[in-house]
Design a protein around this ligand. Structure first.
Ligand SMILES: O=C(O)CCC(=O)C(=O)O
Ligand SMILES: [Fe+2]
Length: 308
């Protein structure tokens, strides 16, 4: 366990390095993970929303903090961040874990997938205090030690520099391993210091919270979560983004919004008289992809149909 804040890796780090560090410490920082063109695009797209978004009204939201949500519908510059190979690699590693189950007398292995759980730009203004330390998997009332798997991986992109003075996210390294009896304390938390374009990634069981801003400028971060595909999304993506707009998005983003079903059966919708993937509803003359096409495998790794 580290005695320091989280480790910072460079953007050319491997998925294995990222996952090993998260597994050990509960989180990791990746420097310069997002290019300046994407960052500038995000700033431009968010600008009008800063002007119309009020401060929060409670200590968790922050009474000197602005939160802009529903980001997938507000900025296509978010797409490369959602598709970032290190983020997707970490989400695959921690969330898309096959689960064994019986199908009649056959022991099968069914993979999970992941979808977007929440999207938010969080702008902490001068004078804001510490946000209470918390675990983001609390929304699922998740137990700790976890049920052998994580529920969420959270990403925080620094849109402006994060420092100890301006409210850089406070993280307690190693706290993902704590049980539910142990309280978090600011004495054990470290501020995330990273330059704009860098990302902080942590798992849902890691204690963290927004920092106190004693500087004279706002701190701006863009956060999103990937959640286990069979858990309800914290921010309702189906209601946040009109389906006609979702139809214009690339397939990878549609799937991440939750229009892919999670094997074996979660999230289906009737189409052509079949239990089909919601993706079918997004395609012009879409052929219903029956859930029996999903990817369960038997003990020998052979693909099997789970319904029919
Ligand atoms: O703004 C931050 O640095 C963290 C915010 C956070 O953890 C939350 O709102 O859940
Ligand atoms: Fe949080």
């Amino acid at each position: 366990m580290t005695e320091q804040g989280l480790t910072t890796l460079l953007a050319d780090a491997s998925v294995e390095d990222v996952c090993r560090t998260i597994q050990r410490d509960g989180g990791v920082i990746v420097k310069d993970a997002v290019d300046s063109e994407t960052l500038q695009g995000l700033w431009a797209d968010m600008q009008p929303h800063f002007e119309t978004t009020p401060y929060g009204e409670d200590p968790f939201s922050g009474t000197k903090t602005r939160r802009i949500s529903g980001l997938v519908g507000k900025s296509r510059h978010l797409f490369p961040v959602l598709d970032h190979p290190l983020v997707n690699g970490a989400a695959e590693h921690f969330l898309a874990i096959p689960h064994p189950m019986w199908y009649g007398d056959m022991k099968i292995s069914v993979p999970a997938n992941y979808h977007i759980g929440v999207t938010q730009v969080i702008q902490i203004h001068p004078g804001e205090g510490f946000q209470p330390l918390h675990r983001d998997d609390s929304v699922f009332q998740w137990e700790h030690p976890t049920y052998g798997r994580e529920a969420r991986i959270q990403v925080m992109l620094a849109m402006s520099d994060f420092t100890a003075e301006n409210g850089g996210t406070r993280v307690i390294p190693g706290s993902h391993a704590w049980d539910d009896e142990r309280a978090p304390s600011q004495d054990e938390a470290f501020s995330t210091e990273m330059t704009a374009g860098s990302i902080l990634m942590f798992i849902g069981s890691t204690f963290h919270g927004g920092g106190l801003n004693s500087s004279d400028a706002p701190r701006t971060g863009l956060t999103f979560a990937y959640d286990l595909g069979f858990l309800r999304q914290e921010e309702n993506q189906y209601l946040a983004i009109p389906i006609e707009q979702v139809k214009t998005f690339p397939e990878s983003i549609q799937r991440k919004l939750g229009y892919a079903a999670c094997p074996p059966l979660m999230g289906w919708v009737e189409a052509d008289g079949k239990m089909a993937e919601p993706m079918t509803l997004l395609q012009e003359n879409g052929q219903a992809r029956s859930l029996s096409d999903l990817d369960a495998v038997d003990a020998n790794g052979n693909k099997i149909a789970t319904t029919s």
